[in-house]
Design a protein around this ligand. Structure first.
Ligand SMILES: NC(=O)c1ccc[n+]([C@@H]2O[C@H](COP(=O)([O-])OP(=O)(O)OC[C@H]3O[C@@H](n4cnc5c(N)ncnc54)[C@H](OP(=O)(O)O)[C@@H]3O)[C@@H](O)[C@H]2O)c1
Length: 323
């Protein structure tokens, strides 16, 4: 099969199109013909060498699949050849990722693809959607009538998190560049904060009359853990998705009895089934900002890393059409 193989840590030139064997299919696994995948920051973080201990080289990475079941292993009863499926492969798993014509996956991670989505759309949502679900539903326990500050609202996670929070009946504030304000408002954001020109702590105080928000979703890092208590209502929750590389002062968290959650998304079918119901009802939709063929994966990495495509700010996901 054709696959994009990461041959060394570093730049996009290390992502090489090669002919490699199709992975073996063991009991309980499916062989899936990958029709589309998408790029996540984890992919360029792995490529540049942020997680060398978890990724022995050469490696096939990639964390979203939409495709068609080709073959099933012993004991698989829920899927058959020809079924259209979508999922996030096991992260750092032994059978390789989704930058390939075929992927092998344990059946418990897989869900039938929503019928109203194309393969490109379905591949744009498995990791980001699963992460947004885990952050807002499982960890933050966001409730109808509560308010949430979603950092990075125009990004892969942010575009889904805004829609999910609205579907849950929350009031949504989000940070983005000024040129993205109209776009994120169209997704359901009640107010936008220009992260380049204004201070989100001051803006949230103004927008909530000093009351603060119930939940912060941190997709950015930096000083967000330290600053979040200043935008939180009493008993508020902070959910962060990013590496916390430097110590931060959390004394202010006491003042509002803040709750902190550190999420590294876990794959499971339950989250995808819940997202599928929302997708089929049209309550959320995947946002695709750019599409590339498999052989141009380097350009796709660069687009996500720079947040730019054709001279404009990227909106949502970068998708790869595989076959
Ligand atoms: N822990 C987990 O399980 C997990 C899962 C998924 C993602 N993540 C992490 O979460 C982060 C976001 O992922 P993603 O897929 O949404 O990435 P993405 O598609 O690149 O989106 C990031 C967004 O943040 C915006 N942004 C950059 N700096 C900002 C700032 N200071 N304030 C507000 N917004 C800012 C970017 O806009 P501009 O480009 O216009 O600046 C972009 O729209 C990444 O670090 C990723 O590794 C973690």
């Amino acid at each position: 099969m054709k696959a994009i193989v990461l041959t060394a840590f570093g730049g996009i030139e290390n992502l090489q199109l090669q002919e490699v064997p199709v992975p073996s299919v063991d009991a309980g696994e499916l062989l899936v013909r990958v029709r589309a995948t998408s790029i996540n920051p984890l992919d360029y973080q792995i490529r540049r060498g942020d997680y060398p201990d978890y990724v022995p080289l050469p490696a096939i990475t990639g964390h979203d699949v939409s495709g068609v079941v080709e073959r099933v292993g012993a004991g698989v009863t829920e899927f058959k050849p020809g079924d259209e499926v979508f999922y996030t492969p096991k992260i750092f798993g032994p059978k390789g990722g989704s930058y390939a014509e075929y992927n092998v996956v344990p059946q418990e991670l897989v869900t039938h693809k929503p019928a109203n989505l194309s393969h490109s759309e379905a591949a744009a949502i498995t990791l980001t959607g699963g992460t947004a679900w885990e952050a807002l539903v499982t960890r933050a326990r966001l409730q109808p009538g509560e308010s949430v500050l979603i950092h990075g609202g125009a990004g892969g996670v942010g575009t889904i998190a805004i829609q999910l929070a609205k579907a849950m009946g929350a009031r949504v504030f989000t940070t983005c560049r000024a040129e993205q304000a109209e776009f994120v408002t169209s997704l359901g954001a009640d107010a936008t904060i220009d992260y380049e020109r204004s201070d989100y702590v001051e803006e949230i105080a103004r927008l909530t009359g000093g009351g603060g928000v119930n939940v912060v979703l941190d997709t950015i890092g930096g000083k967000t853990l330290e600053r979040s208590p200043h935008v939180l209502a009493d008993g508020g929750r902070v959910v962060t998705l990013v590496d916390i590389a430097t110590p931060q002062n959390l004394v202010a968290a006491w003042g509002v009895n803040a709750e902190y959650h550190f999420v590294f998304t876990r794959q499971n079918r339950g989250k995808l089934l819940a997202l599928k119901a929302l997708l089929e009802r049209g309550q959320i939709r995947p946002i695709i900002g750019a599409t590339f063929p498999l052989k141009e994966i380097g350009a796709a990495h660069a687009a996500l890393e720079q947040g730019r495509v054709n001279g404009s700010s990227l909106r949502g996901k970068v998708v790869i059409e595989v076959s």
